[in-house]
Design a protein around this ligand. Structure first.
Ligand code: BEZ
Ligand code: FE2
Length: 401
């Protein structure tokens, strides 16, 4: 057993003082330092001096590492222009990709305190780097394809990728599935992939109502997506409606990413079915997709999205952007909600032993130094976002930064 302590420890969404954590790979006990010292008298003690907060390791559940070679190849400013540029350039971006580029992206997350991330994998090109990452990884094998003629081939390819990822399954690596979106996945594929997810007990993620174009297309078969589908798929009818798509997820807990264009009723459906919403504010802003009404979200998860639609994978950068984007919410309460969105809420969504400092949970910690002159405990969440430095990171009980 080892013991770690600092002025503040984030336990049950509060900043507890005079506490310490005894841990191996998992958290063994949480108590006062002198009690733990007595009970584990040969334990090594790791003590951080000054204004330091021990958080559970941060969780970033939505990124696309396969697009990590992008800086300015893909067009920003408009979702549909961006999508055209993805189709046009994805092969070139994948060709430029190598393990160093992916490792650099993974390391950027680590340096910002991320100890668990979710990688949406479209091709499997990021499998090896994710399996070797220091962090815990939820590896979302993605299925995409609305064209009925392609469905069988795409389903076979998906199953092969899923099978390959299953070989790495461990307490650090969790194979999972992603259904790209309502507009790009044929209902047959959705049903089959959800059946596999249910049978194998895999986590599920999907993009949902990211842009106004998506809503217009699904509702009326019109707008910029009509031209897109005519050009690439020779079709002018969407494969599903919004409600039909949602109905697939009535009995299976899912992570819905973006939802910027969801109505109050659709958000309520998501809330009432025990789902979570992944919010990527910088990506939404850069693709001009609108702003998620986070006040209407029951279990909010903040994430960076990929370098395909963002300029960094630092979760601290994302927290800052979210703080400024949601200017209709009082900053101190928003800051605490945002901290919860990368810790406690993620724990609720994942049902893995991550995201909380609690007995039996993995000893994954993000340790932040906040300003020395911080006087009031109530100011910690805000300063953790605007004014902190990552002091150390632990994963599985090992110090990695
Ligand atoms: C589709 O198969 O419908 C699709 C694939 C890629 C992007 C958008 C749509
Ligand atoms: Fe995404």
């Amino acid at each position: 057993m080892r013991i770690i302590t600092a002025k503040y420890i984030f336990i049950d969404n509060e900043y507890k003082e005079n506490m310490a954590i005894a841990f191996n790979r998992k958290i063994g006990r949480i108590d006062k330092l002198d009690i733990l010292k007595k009970d584990f008298n040969d334990a090594q003690i790791i003590e951080f001096q000054g204004e330091v907060v021990i958080y559970p390791g941060f969780i970033n559940l939505h990124t696309h590492l396969e697009f990590s070679a992008n800086k300015a190849t893909l067009k920003l400013g408009d979702f549909i222009k961006w999508l055209y540029s993805v189709i046009e350039n994805r092969e070139e971006l994948i060709k430029e990709l190598d393990n160093n580029i992916i490792e650099f992206a993974i390391n950027e997350m680590l340096k910002s305190g991320v100890t668990t991330f979710g990688a949406i994998s479209s091709f499997g090109a990021d499998l090896k780097a994710c399996a070797e990452a220091k962090q815990r990884v939820i590896f979302f094998n993605e299925v995409i394809g609305s064209n009925p003629a392609m469905v069988d081939a795409l389903f076979s390819d998906f199953k092969i990728r899923l099978q390959e990822s299953m070989e790495y399954k461990s307490q650090k690596f969790y194979p999972a599935v992603a259904i790209h979106s309502p507009y790009a996945v044929h209902p047959f594929l959705i049903r089959e992939v959800l059946n596999i997810a249910k049978k194998e007990n895999l986590l599920i993620s999907t993009h949902f109502l990211e842009s106004p174009y998506e809503r217009e297309w699904l509702e009326s078969g019109k707008g910029a997506f009509r031209e897109f589908f005519q050009r690439f798929f020779n079709t002018s009818t969407p494969v599903t409606t919004i409600q039909e798509f949602l109905n697939h997820f009535k009995n299976i807990k899912t992570l819905f990413t973006h939802c910027t264009q969801a109505t109050k009723d659709e958000l309520e459906f998501i809330n009432n079915h025990n789902h979570s919403i992944i919010h990527c504010p910088r990506s939404n802003r850069l693709l001009n997709c609108g702003v998620l009404d986070i006040k209407e979200v029951k279990n909010l998860l903040l994430a960076t999205d990929g370098l395909s639609s963002n300029y960094s994978l630092s979760i601290l950068d994302e927290l800052k952007a979210a703080l400024f984007l949601h200017s209709n919410i009082e900053p101190n309460s928003l800051a605490l909600n945002l901290i919860n969105s990368i810790t406690t809420n993620a724990a609720n969504a994942l049902e893995l032993k991550v995201g909380k400092i609690q007995k039996g949970y993995f000893a994954d910690f993000a340790i932040l130094r906040v300003p020395d002159d911080l006087k009031d405990k109530e100011d910690i969440p805000l300063h953790s976002i605007i004014n902190s430095k990552v002091e150390a990171v632990f994963i599985d009980g090992q110090r990695v930064i």
